[in-house]
Design a binder for this molecule. Sequence first.
Ligand code: AMX
Length: 386
Amino acid sequence: LVIQLVFMTYSNIFLQDRLKKLKSEHGKVQLGNISVDMVLGGMRGMTGMLWETSLLDPEEGIRFRGLSIPECQKVLPAAIKDGEPLPEGLLWLLLTGKVPTKEQVDALSKELLSRSKVPDHVYAAIDALPSSAHPMTQFTTGVMALQVSHFSSRLVLIAPLILASCSDHEGGNVSAHTGHLVIFIFLSCHLSLMIIQLQVGSALSDPYLSFAAALNGLAGPLHGLANQEVLLWIKSVIEETGSDISTDQLKEYVWKTLKSGKVVPGYGHGVLRQTDPRYTCQREFALKHLPEDPLFKLVSKLYEVVPPILTELGKVKNPWPNVDAHSGVLLNHFGLSEARYYTVLFGVSRGIGIGSQLIWDRALGLPLERPKSVTMEWLENYCKNK
Ligand code: AMX
């Protein structure tokens, strides 16, 4: 069955012909205009890369190979009846574009399990770090150490089911894009100066190098670390006001956070303009399994309080919650109270999407990525002469 998976993935090789045809027949078709705002705004809204495994709609949210999250919940095999989809099923879907049977998913689990022994030197590399090292640093170190082995990772499979939906979120987000670029970082010392050269491109470096780069991007608080930040922030609310917090007290706390120059973690998004469907799916799960959890109740209250405040600020494009506003509370409920590990789980989950797309990057022979950059002076002169 695993051979079947490889075959199904590569029998899609006709996509190479589709890509060639698209390029030769429509290569000159314009996809939009680039404004100065887009250049200064971190390339927001620029359509600029190919990503086959998922597509993100600002209003509707993510679709994996055309399937929305509720559709995936309906059709992907689960471990138990009416349970959540298994991550291996999602991996199969992302790789092949086809919904697997339970038998296929079980065979894939078995195959990955048979390759899951982690070499001793990886543990030694992680243990060599100070015990205060953040779990994301330990994770990246472990992935880099794996690069020198022939280990075939089953890491993706320990992703908790509730986090399976974080596996892929189109190509432009920080972690996926970084993994796609496959960053080589060469550090060299010269006359006591650390010269950091970033050589960027689909440079045919292997999945360990690219995944480690992606994890480093995910470890930022505006991206994957937000799930850790949310739980710590929620706990700080309770510490300061007690668990029986009133709506007015909560509003006051949100304003206090904003006035201290911080963002409200778990709210807002670079692309989405509605409540993240991953948040909605986690909320439905919580309503079913932990309706009385005090932290879940607080998360629900925040859902009422935060969006009007962010709207009142006037500059936030999406006042609605993203996936990170919810995931920590679920993990905490089921006993994983060490918030510093949450982004590790996110990273494990994201490995499914980044790994699947990486295979397609290679199969389609996607070229080295090299967008053009300009200086501020170049932009000023360009605008003057317009
Ligand atoms: N709280 C306070 N201010 C916010 C905000 C929030 N949750 N979300 C956006 N803003 C502010 C921005 O900081 C920006 O302010 P500035 O003009 O003074 O710099 C302004 O609103 C406009 O930002 P935007 O266009 O709406 O968002 P963006 O695309 O620049 O940033 C994001 C998106 C996610 C970084 C931002 O919404 C944010 O910081 N959210 C909180 C952190 C978070 O939850 N991150 C996780 C995102 C999902 C993920 O990747 N895992």
